[in-house]
Design a protein around this ligand. Sequence first.
Ligand SMILES: *Cc1c(COP(=O)(O)O)cnc(C)c1O
Length: 513
Amino acid sequence: MFPSCGERFLQSIADMTTPIDTESPTALHSSAPGDLSPEEFERQARVLARWIADYLANPERYPVLSRLGPGEFARSLPVAMPAQAESLDTIIGDLDRVIMPGVTHWNHPSFFAYFANTASVPGILAELVIAALNQVGILWRASPALSELEVVTTAWLRDAMGLPANWFGMITDTASVSTLQALAAARERDPALEIRHRGMAGRTDLPRLRVYCSEHAHSSIDKAVITLGLGAENVVRVPADGQFRMRIDALTAAVAADRAAGFRPLAVVATIGTTSTTSVDPVPAIADLCEREGIWLHVDAAYGGVLAMVPEHRVHFAGAERADSFVVNPHKWLFLPMDCSVFWTKHPAVLKRTFSLTPAYLETGEQDVALSQSDYSFQLGRRFRALKLWFVLRAFGLEGLVERLRAHCSLAVTLKGWITAEPGWEVVAPVPMSVVCFRHRPGGIVDEAVLQRHNTAILDWVNASGKAFLSHTKLGDRYVLRVAIGNLRTQEAHVAQAWMLLREAAALADASP
Ligand SMILES: *Cc1c(COP(=O)(O)O)cnc(C)c1O
C-alpha cells in the first residue's frame, strides 16, 4: 500500500524536523567546523553572568572616566588577529586586563556628564536574548515579533507619555537618525518638489529649503541637514531668551524674512530639554506658527521626553501633541542600554513615501496587510530593539519609572539648593528637569576668560579624581559646569560627594587673573 499524497507530505515534514545527529565541538580550536556547543555556551554564560553581576555590584571601584590617553588602548593590543582560535576562557579572562582600563563607566552612579545612560538589569538581559534570537527585521515575515512588538511597545510608551493615539512609532538607533528621518519626511511632504526622484543638484527650479531651531538645539539637526544635501547654511539658529528658550518673535521674523527672500521654510525643530540646560522651547506658539505657515514641526525630546510620563512634569510638553514628528531616547533616561531611540510621526504615509522601495526579491504580497519598518526608514535590516524596550517597560512598570524620574529631578533640586546657598557659587540656568548648570565665581570676578580658566581647572581636578565625571557647556560667552543626574543607581550620597569634590577643587584652583 502506498501512502496517500497527504500522508507522504506529512512524512516528509516529519523527516525534515528530525534533528540531524552531529557531534558538536566544545571549543573552536578543536578544528571541527561550526560553532561552540550549547553546553559551552551555558558554561561561559555563567562565567560572564558572574562577571557582570560583580561589575554591577560595584562599578565604583573604577575611575568613572577612563584614565587612558589617546592611542594607549590600541597600543595594548596585538597588531594582527590571532591565526589560531583562542579559547573563550582566555578572551573573557582578558576583559579585566585589556578592556576595562579603556572603559568610561556610564553605569557608575557618579557619572554626571552629558546625559546619563544606564544599562539596567532587564535591559542587559534583553540584549542577551536579542543577540541569541538574532532577528533581522528586513520585512514583516523576517520577524513578525520584531515588527509587531515595535509597534506595540512604541504605542505603550506614547500612551504613557500622553501623546496622541494616532501617532505611528518606530525604533531607530539614535536621535540623530530619528531627526534625519523627520527632516527627510518634511522634505517629502510636498511632492511638487520632486526631490525623491530628481534630487536637488543642478536644479534652478528649487527654492532654498530652510530648517529652524534654537541656538541651543542639538548638532544632530545640522548633521541631518548636511546629510540630506540641504546645505549647512540653511539651518537657521534662532536666538534664545534669558532662559535659553527659542524666541518666538525671532523665529517669526526669520520665517518672514526667508519668505520675502523667496526661500521655503521646511521644518522647525523645537527642543524639549536642550542639551546644555534642558530648557524647553515654547512649543504651543511654535506649533501655531508652523500650522499657519505649513511648516513641519519636529520635537527633539531625546533626553527629556520620558519626563512626560510624570504627571507634574507634563507641563513641559504642552503643544507637543501638535508636532508632526517627535523623538525620545529611551537609551538615555529610561534605563535601556545603548541603542534605542523612539520616533513618532502623525504622517506615516509621508514617511513611507520617503523611504519605501521594495526590490523584487523582497516582494511578498503581504505589504498591504503586514507592516515592515523598512518601508518607513532608511535602513533595511534592523535589530530586535523592541525586545529590550518590552523588558524594561514591563520590569519597572509605569509607576516604577515615574518614581525613579521623580527621584532624579528632586536630587537636581537638592543640588541646586546647595550651590545657591554656598557663597562664591552660582546656578546659571533654571532646573526644569535633572540637569544643573553652575559655576564658581569667587569675589564677583567678571572676566570671562579668568572664570573659564578657573572652572576648567575645577572640572579637570574633579574628573581626574576618578570619583565623579562631569562635563561643561558654554552659555553665550559663559563657560559653565554641568551635573546631569539620570543614572539608575545614583543616590543623594553620590551627588553630595560630587559637590564636596567641587568645593575642594575650587579651594585648590587658582582664581587670580
Ligand atoms: C542626546 C541628544 C541628541 C543626540 O542623541 P543621539 O541618540 O546620540 O543621536 C539629540 N538631541 C538632544 C536634545 C539630545 O539630548
